[in-house]
Design a protein. Structure first.
Length: 392
């Protein structure tokens, strides 16, 4: 194992003069990821990946750099993260536009603690509020779709539905999500009487979790049977994962549809046998109230049986919360969301986020804006490979 080292790269720009015309010439300075900063692309990429993928707080990175002999104040590292995201903003906007234009999206959210000093000044608690990080995921790999996978993260200072309506203002197609009430307006018919902009696809894993929690605490035979019945749906899904949408649709119509219809008929019968206020009854009512949404995957081979892609996309946030505890401000949480969009999309496309970010930060200022799509994770080719192909 070779210990990491830091080095200072000195760039010599020799000045030359012409004795005849008395003019001075000098090679122009190379562009830098952050104008006026000494941080190179590899160092910035290391800080970003350590912070937002390895979940290493900046104060710990400061201590690590100090052991290497580089005293980089924590405030400087904070500034680098924010300004690096500003440099990458055009690329992030292209990622967001491409993914949010998909006609099939997974959505989910998770809480995040955010410092709000105005609350402490007013004597309202310790000056910490609860914001939300929303994840919107496109993943067509289960049905061999043509569009590359990607994830978009958005920060909201609260859990109000206005934020979701804003995020999905231009979305059309199918939204796979949980039962959050803020989505309800998106599923309503258009004011002119047209069909809804989005159709709801429910998550069987979410429903299954309710039955599992009840079975774990009570060992209920009814809850156990519910788990067994749902498990048979997943047996079918394992066999058709990665198959084209028409193959998945045919298999679900033949194998899953009778089982799903039997499950809902059985659910109605069980409600007559159990206490109406129990958690088990709530689980049954949740499924029956969204029977159409839970059955959508039977009629469209592109639709997943659950919302696991979005839930997986939020796991890094949960891991990060255990390390950095809270965001320093709304701007810090927004930086987190933008960084996660780039890093997680790169990982979904099989890229090393450190190598990808280092290359992009090195090239983006000199890259033509009308060719920015070449730097998207699913189109990216390392600069070294591009140079070799041009030389050949």
């Amino acid at each position: 194992m070779i210990a990491a080292q830091m080095k200072v790269i000195q760039i010599a720009r020799i000045k030359k003069s012409c004795r005849r015309c008395e003019r001075m010439v000098q090679e122009p300075a190379p562009s830098r990821p952050i104008p006026g900063s000494m941080a190179g692309p590899n160092l910035l990429a290391h800080v970003l990946v350590s912070k937002f993928d390895d979940h290493l707080p900046l104060y710990r990175q400061h201590e690590i750099f100090a052991r290497m002999g580089a005293d980089i104040p924590e405030s400087t590292l904070v500034g680098w993260c924010g300004r690096a995201m500003k440099t990458l903003q055009p690329l992030i906007e292209r990622i967001e536009a491409d993914i949010m234009a998909s006609d099939l999206l997974h959505a989910d959210d998770t809480p995040i603690r955010v410092l709000d000093r105005s609350l402490r000044d007013k004597g309202l608690g310790k000056g910490v509020k609860k914001g939300r990080i929303w994840a919107y995921v496109r993943d067509q790999r289960p049905w061999a779709g043509a569009s590359p996978p990607g994830a978009v993260y958005q920060f909201a200072p609260d859990w109000k539905k206005e934020h979701v309506l804003s995020h999905l203002a231009n979305a059309r197609g199918i939204l796979q999500a949980d039962g959050y009430k803020g989505y309800a307006k998106l599923y309503e018919p258009e004011p002119d009487g047209g069909p809804p902009r989005l159709r709801e696809a429910a998550c069987w894993a979410h429903l299954r979790r309710d039955f599992h929690d009840f079975w774990t605490s009570t060992k209920s035979e009814i809850a156990r049977e519910a788990l067994d019945r749902i498990g048979k749906f997943y047996d079918v899904e394992r066999d058709i994962n990665g198959q084209p949408a028409d193959v998945r649709h045919a298999a679900r119509q033949k194998l899953s549809k009778p089982k799903v219809e039997a499950f809902f008929a059985w659910s109605e019968q069980q409600l007559l046998r159990i206490p109406g206020k129990s958690d088990l009854a709530k689980a049954f009512r949740y499924g029956l109230a969204r029977q159409e949404a839970f059955s959508l995957f039977l009629t469209d081979g592109r639709v997943a049986i659950d919302n696991n892609p979005a839930e997986r996309a939020l796991r890094p946030i949960g891991t990060g919360r255990k390390n950095w505890l809270f965001a320093g401000a709304d701007t810090g949480a927004e930086t987190l969301a933008r960084a996660m969009s780039v890093i997680e999309t790169a990982k979904l496309n099989g890229l090393d986020p450190l190598a990808y970010l280092a290359d992009i930060l090195d090239r983006i200022h000199d890259h033509k804006i009308n060719r920015l799509d070449e730097l998207l994770p699913w189109n990216w080719v390392p600069l070294a490979s591009v140079t070799e192909s041009q030389a050949a």
